[in-house]
Design a protein around this ligand. Structure first.
Ligand code: FPP
Length: 236
């Protein structure tokens, strides 16, 4: 195991490029997602190995509902399978599972599976895996603002008391430290409505590889890039 003194506490990943990975191989898109699920397993294991405390994965965006029905179905089926298969590992590896996003939009079967595994793993302490599902940062921020406005209108909250800390406590990520490192695969330089509030100070590392090709060594390289920047920043 490599010796890393300065491990990011929270890594967030925009897993991009499953479709292009499949296209390059003349395969249907769902095969790209299937291979991408393998990367999810490997990167989760690597986080445990390195001592990353929080891993947040953008598994399904609120915009992804606009994809063809067959692809959405394939992604949900893949997620169900991943959750069912991963439940044992989460227990063995002492990983806590959390989910953020508009979870009420997910199929009932997926919601029930998620709720069951989240309850079963609630006390786990080795790492927290956060799945962003049907997630959109603007929707999350609007939800927090709406909640605060409702309380202020009801008279239970003084508007002048609202500060960044109170606002953050109303986001779905309340209690989770902000990401130190944001990784996006497949070379795109966009944030795509992911954790807009939380990534304010994150180092951003863009990797050219498609997500299904992004494995242990690629993750370690991204962490090393983070460490180089972080050390420079610390020396100033
Ligand atoms: C982006 O590829 C990826 C997604 C839309 C979803 C990510 C899903 C997985 C990695 C698999 C299942 C997830 C879990 C947690 C098991 P894209 O389809 O946008 O690729 P493209 O930009 O090349 O078309």
């Amino acid at each position: 195991m490599p010796e890393f003194p300065d491990i990011p506490r929270h890594v967030a990943i925009i897993m991009d490029g499953n479709g292009r990975w499949a296209k390059e191989r003349g395969l249907p898109r769902r095969e790209g997602h299937r291979a991408g699920a393998e990367s999810v397993r490997e990167i989760t294991d690597t986080c445990i190995e390195l001592g990353v405390e929080y891993l947040t994965l953008y598994a399904f965006s609120s915009e992804n509902w606009n994809r063809p029905e067959a692809e959405v179905k394939a992604l949900m089926a893949l997620l169900d399978r991943f959750l069912a298969e991963k439940a044992k590992d989460l227990k063995r590896q002492n990983i806590r599972l959390l989910a953020i996003g508009q979870l009420d939009r997910l199929p009932e079967k997926t919601r029930k599976l998620l709720a069951k595994i989240m309850a079963e793993t609630a006390g786990h302490t080795a790492m927290t895996l956060v799945l962003a599902l049907s997630y959109g940062a603007r929707e999350e921020i609007v939800g927090a603002a709406r909640g605060l406005a409702t309380e202020a209108a009801a008279g239970s909250l003084d508007p002048s008391a609202i500060d960044a800390g109170i606002f953050a406590s109303r986001l779905q990520t309340a209690g989770i430290p902000d990401p130190d490192l944001l990784v996006r695969t497949s070379g795109e330089m966009r944030v795509s409505n992911f954790l807009l509030w939380q990534i304010s100070y994150a180092e951003i590392v863009i990797v050219r590889k498609f997500w299904p090709d992004f494995r242990r060594n690629d993750f370690i390289e991204a962490v090393q890039e983070y460490q180089r920047r972080h050390r420079r920043f610390g020396a100033l």
